[in-house]
Design a protein around this ligand. Sequence first.
Ligand code: PGA
Length: 252
Amino acid sequence: MRETIVAGNWKMHKTVDEAVSYVQQLIPLVKDVKVKVYLAVPYTMIQPCIEAATGSNIVIGAQNMHDASDGAFTGEVAGQMLMDVGAQFVLLGHSERRHVFGEDNSFINRKVKTALKLGLQPILCVGETLQQREDGQMESTLRAQIEENLSGVDGLKSLILAYEPVWAIGTGKTATPHQAEEAHTFCRGVVQELYGDGAADALTIQYGGSVKPENAKTLLDQKNIDGLLVGGASLTPETFSQIVNAENKVSL
Ligand code: PGA
């Protein structure tokens, strides 16, 4: 049995007031869902969102972190600092971090290790570009990301994997349920090679890339899709709650 987790990723959007009012509006809309509801918010909104979400089933986390505990890293935020304000999870290796900010697999690997050591739940994002897919390199890209990002990681503990094809992020082009299921099955297979059947079966793998209320259910109906990571459509409580409520699959 694995958990179904639907996460919103606000990216660089909203003010504190907007964030708090969003959380207040979302609470009644998702209070009866069986899935876990996560929100990855900008750093400045973590604490106010946690306060606003107190007593609800909404889990607040961050969108990135540095692997070091402290040091001369201007503009960076450490995992400990996120935990200090109450963040419960962190996105790592999001495609915008990889492709816009040039984060490589070894940096992401260090972050994964730090987060797991701290007990901060990582959502590790992987995915191929359109060029890689067209060149027949989808599998080799996903394999390299998973193997290198998890190198030296003893056990997956609370880790969540998110498959986010780069060509589907913010483009309105969703992977078909079949394409997504194929990639998820492949990723689970790589995890099985590395950590065995038990760990692979228990691993929650989210799909991300232009998820909307209209396609959420068919994606979640796939056997190996255990949740969603939602960018643009998570920006309003109405749309995000429709996606969260699309799910009624709670176990295998
Ligand atoms: P999108 O973003 O839903 O806007 O495509 C997904 C993501 O970047 O996590």
